[in-house]
Unconditional design. Structure first.
Lengths: 111, 271
C-alpha cells in the first residue's frame, strides 16, 4: 500500500508540474489533488510504522511547485493576444484586393 | 361582354394588388434592420478539456463600409486569434470576410484566409447572382512553401450564401414572429460544396453575459448530412431578443470535444 501510494504520488506530482508549465496549467489541479492525497496517505502510514521516508518530502515539494505555478498563471497570465501584425497585413492586403475585384465585378443591386 | 370585361379587369386588379403586396412583404423581409457599419463584437472561445473550460482564442466580428466607384458595400469581417500562451503550441490566425449588399445582406465576394498551426488555406468566392454561379479560387501551400491555385466555377442555389453572410442574415430574421419548434433551412457554401444548414427556434431564455443579463432567442444549428454538426441539440446559439439580435453565447460539440463562445463586448450597434 505504502509503495503503491509513493509511486502513484510521484507520477501524479511530476505530471502536475509538467501540466503547470504548459498552457494547460488549470488541468494540473487533478494530478495535484491525487499527489497530495497520496502524500498524506504515505505520511499517515509512515507515522504509524514510526519510520521516516524522504519521498514524502519530494512529493510535497513537487506539489508545492506545481501549485505555485498554477496559481501564478491563473492570477497573472490573463488572456493576452499574441502577435497579430501578420494578420493585420493580410487584412489590409485582402481589403485592397477585394476592392479591385469588386470594382471589376458586375454588382446587381436587385439581389 | 361588358360584365366579362369588368370581371377580367377586377381579376387583373386583384392579381396586381396581390403581386404588389407579396413583393412588398418580400422586400420588407429582406431589408437589413439589424446590422450597420461600425459594429464590433468580441468573443472568447473556450474548449472543454477533461471537464475544464480553457480559453483558447479571441474571436472578433466587425462591420465596416467599403466604397467602390459605383457602390457602397458592407464588409463583414471575422477574425480568430489564439491567446499568446497557445501560440507556441497551435497558433491560429484566421480571417473571414464577406462583402455584402448593406440593404439585403446578399454577398458579392467572400474570402477565407486561414492559418492554423502552419496550415494555410485561402478560399475566395466571387458571386454572380444573375447566373447563379460562383467563381471559386482555392489557394494552398505545398510542403516547399509554394502556393498553388485551383479555379472553379460552381453552380449554386439562388439563396446560397457563405458562412459570414449567413450568420448576419440569421440575425436579420424575424425571430419574434417564429413559433417554438419552427425551423428554417439555409444553403451554405463551404469548401466549394453547398450544405443545408437547419436552424430551429426552441424558445426564449434569459442568460447572464459580460454585457449584462439578456433575454435571448435560443436556436439549434445543425447541418444536414454532416457529422461535424449533428442534428441533435448540441450546437446552440443564443441571440439577444432585441432589435440587434447579438449572438451572445454559443455552444458547440464536435467529435473531439465541445466548446463555447462567449461575448466579451459589443460596440457600434445599430439599435
Amino acid at each position: 500500500m505504502k509503495k503503491l501510494c509513493i509511486i502513484l504520488g510521484f507520477i501524479a506530482a511530476i505530471l502536475a508540474v509538467i501540466l503547470a508549465v504548459t498552457p494547460l496549467s488549470n488541468l494540473a489541479i487533478f494530478p495535484l489533488v491525487i499527489a497530495f492525497l497520496c502524500g498524506l496517505i504515505v505520511l499517515f502510514i509512515s507515522k504509524k510504522q514510526k519510520n521516516k521516508t524522504k519521498t514524502i518530502q519530494y512529493i510535497f515539494l513537487l506539489v508545492i511547485i506545481a501549485l505555485t505555478l498554477t496559481i501564478y498563471k491563473g492570477v497573472f497570465n490573463g488572456n493576452e493576444i499574441g502577435d497579430t501584425e501578420a494578420l493585420e497585413i493580410r487584412e489590409e492586403e485582402n481589403l485592397k484586393d477585394s476592392k479591385d475585384i469588386l470594382e471589376a465585378s458586375e454588382i446587381n443591386d436587385t439581389y | 361582354m361588358l360584365l366579362n370585361t369588368l370581371w377580367l379587369k377586377t381579376y387583373d386588379m386583384k392579381y396586381f394588388i396581390f403581386t404588389f403586396l407579396a413583393l412588398l412583404s418580400l422586400n420588407n423581409f429582406a431589408q437589413n434592420t439589424t446590422v450597420a457599419a461600425g459594429e464590433k463584437l468580441i468573443f472568447t472561445a473556450s474548449y472543454n478539456i477533461s471537464g475544464l473550460l480553457t480559453d483558447i482564442a479571441q474571436v472578433k466580428m466587425e462591420t465596416s463600409e467599403v466604397k467602390t466607384s459605383k457602390h457602397t458595400l458592407l464588409r463583414l469581417k471575422g477574425t480568430a486569434t489564439t491567446y499568446k500562451k497557445w501560440d507556441d503550441f497551435f497558433k491560429i490566425r484566421d480571417l473571414y470576410e464577406s462583402y455584402v449588399n448593406p440593404k439585403t445582406l446578399t454577398p458579392y465576394l467572400y474570402k477565407r484566409d486561414i492559418n492554423e498551426g502552419g496550415y494555410y488555406k485561402f478560399m475566395q468566392y466571387n458571386y454572380n447572382h444573375k447566373s447563379k454561379t460562383v467563381k471559386s479560387l482555392k489557394r494552398k501551400k505545398n510542403k516547399d512553401g509554394k502556393t498553388w491555385d485551383e479555379n472553379k466555377v460552381l453552380n449554386i442555389s439562388a439563396t446560397a450564401k457563405d458562412v459570414m453572410s449567413t450568420l448576419y442574415y440569421i440575425r436579420n430574421l424575424d425571430i419574434h414572429k417564429a413559433t417554438v419548434g419552427e425551423q428554417q433551412n439555409f444553403k451554405i457554401l463551404f469548401d466549394n460544396k453547398e450544405h443545408t444548414l437547419v436552424l430551429k427556434y426552441i424558445g426564449k431564455e434569459t442568460i447572464s453575459t459580460k454585457i449584462g443579463k439578456k433575454d435571448c432567442y435560443k436556436l439549434v444549428i445543425s447541418i444536414k448530412g454532416n457529422t461535424l454538426f449533428k442534428g441533435t441539440n448540441d450546437n446552440l446559439l443564443w441571440l439577444t431578443a432585441d432589435k440587434n439580435k447579438i449572438p451572445v453565447y454559443a455552444k458547440f460539440k464536435i467529435p473531439v470535444g465541445n466548446g463555447e463562445l462567449k461575448i466579451e463586448s459589443a460596440t457600434g450597434l445599430k439599435n
